[in-house]
Design a binder for this molecule. Structure first.
Ligand code: NAP
Length: 288
C-alpha cells in the first residue's frame, strides 16, 4: 500500500478561495474584515510567521495591521493596546504572536483579548468551549487538521484516534475537537510509556510532538490515516515532520507531507476565523 498524499497547499487554496468570496460579500455590505497582529520582541521565526499571516490577509482582501513592541515594553502598554483594539470597529480579529518574551504573563495578555475577536482561539472562553462544543473560534492548527480530514471525506465518528503531543495549542484541542466528532481519542505525551502500544491502534494518528522520526512504520497500523503536524529543522537544513515519511507512507492509507501538509492550513484557518468574526459582528449589529 502506498498512502495517498493529502495536499495541504491545494486544500488551503480551495478554502481561501471560498473565504475570498465571503470577504467580497462583506465588502458589498460595507464591511472590510480587519486583523490586528501584535508582535513583541524580535524572535526571527515569529517575524516570518507574522509576515506570512499579513501576506495571506492581503491575498483575500482582509485589512491587516501589525503592531510591534520592543521586548522591554511594559506589559501594561501591551494590555492598553489590546483594549483599544477591542474597542476599534475596524478590527474584527486580534492575534498576539507567541511566544511572548520572558517577563510577560501570557495568560493575562490573552485573556485581555475580547472573546469576540479571539481569532487564534486561545482565550479561556474559546478553550473552554472546546469542552462544551460551543467554541466560537477553534485554534487554527487543529482546525486545519480537521479541515484536511473533511477534505478527503475521512470519517471520524467511531474511529480510534491517537494524538501524540498534548500542548495547549495543538494536541489537547485536537483531541477535544475529534472527541466532539465522536471519535475514541487517546492523548500521548513525553511521559507515555511505550508509545507504540497506543499508536498501533490508531485509525487516525495525529502527531504533534516536535521530534523528527518519532513515528516509525512498525508503530503504525496498516491503512491508518497519518497527519504529521511536526515541523523540525534538521542540522543539514532540511525541514521534516515527526513521522518517518518514506517508511510510513508505504503502510498508511493517507499521509500529510512536511512541508505542504498541515502548515498551509494553519494560516488559512486564521483567515477563516477572522472572516467569521466579521460576519458575526455584522449579524449582531443587524439584530440590534
Ligand atoms: P510543544 O508545546 O513543545 O508540545 C509538544 C508535545 O509533544 C508535548 O505535549 C510533549 O509532551 C509531547 N512530546 C514531546 N516528545 C515526545 C515524545 N518523545 N513522545 C510523545 N510525546 C512527546 O509543541 P507544539 O507547539 O504542540 O508543537 C508540536 C510540533 O508541531 C512542533 O514541531 C511545532 O513546530 C509543530 N507545529 C506546527 C504547526 C503547523 O502549522 N504545522 C503549528 C503549531 C505547531 P509533554 O507534554 O509531556 O512535554
Amino acid at each position: 500500500m502506498v498512502a495517498k498524499l493529502i495536499d495541504g497547499r491545494a486544500v488551503a487554496r480551495k478554502v481561501r478561495g471560498e473565504y475570498k468570496l465571503r470577504v467580497d460579500q462583506l465588502l458589498s455590505q460595507g464591511v472590510r474584515p480587519g486583523l490586528a497582529v501584535i508582535l513583541v520582541g524580535d524572535d526571527a521565526a515569529s517575524q516570518v510567521y507574522v509576515r506570512n499571516k499579513i501576506r495571506a490577509c492581503d491575498e483575500i482582501g482582509i485589512h491587516s495591521q501589525t503592531i510591534r513592541f520592543a521586548s522591554d515594553t511594559p506589559q501594561s502598554q501591551l494590555i492598553d493596546t489590546i483594549q483599544a483594539l477591542n474597542a476599534d470597529p475596524s478590527i474584527h480579529g486580534i492575534l498576539v504572536q507567541l511566544p511572548l518574551p520572558k517577563g510577560f504573563e501570557m495568560g493575562r495578555v490573552l485573556e485581555t483579548i475580547s472573546q469576540d475577536k479571539d481569532v487564534d482561539g486561545f482565550h479561556l472562553y474559546n478553550v473552554g468551549g472546546l469542552i462544551t462544543g460551543s467554541t466560537v473560534f477553534p485554534p487554527c492548527t487543529p482546525y486545519g487538521v480537521q479541515k484536511l480530514l473533511e477534505s478527503e471525506g475521512i470519517p471520524i465518528e467511531g474511529q480510534n484516534v491517537v494524538v501524540v503531543g498534548a500542548s495547549n495549542i495543538v494536541g489537547k484541542p485536537m483531541a477535544l475537537m475529534l472527541t466532539a466528532k465522536e471519535a475514541t481519542v487517546c492523548i500521548c505525551h513525553a511521559k507515555t510509556r511505550d508509545l507504540a502500544q497506543f499508536t498501533i491502534l490508531a485509525d487516525i494518528l495525529v502527531v504533534a510532538a516536535g521530534r523528527p522520526n518519532l513515528i516509525l512504520p512498525q508503530m503504525v497500523k496498516t491503512g491508518a490515516v497519518v497527519i504529521d503536524v511536526g515541523i523540525n529543522r534538521l542540522p543539514d537544513g532540511r525541514l521534516v515532520g515527526d513521522v518517518d515519511f518514506d517508511g510510513v507512507r508505504l503502510k498508511a492509507s493517507y499521509i500529510t507531507p512536511v512541508p505542504g501538509g498541515v502548515g498551509p492550513m494553519t494560516v488559512t484557518m486564521l483567515l477563516c476565523n477572522t472572516v467569521q468574526a466579521a460576519e458575526r459582528r455584522l449579524l449582531s449589529a443587524r439584530a440590534g
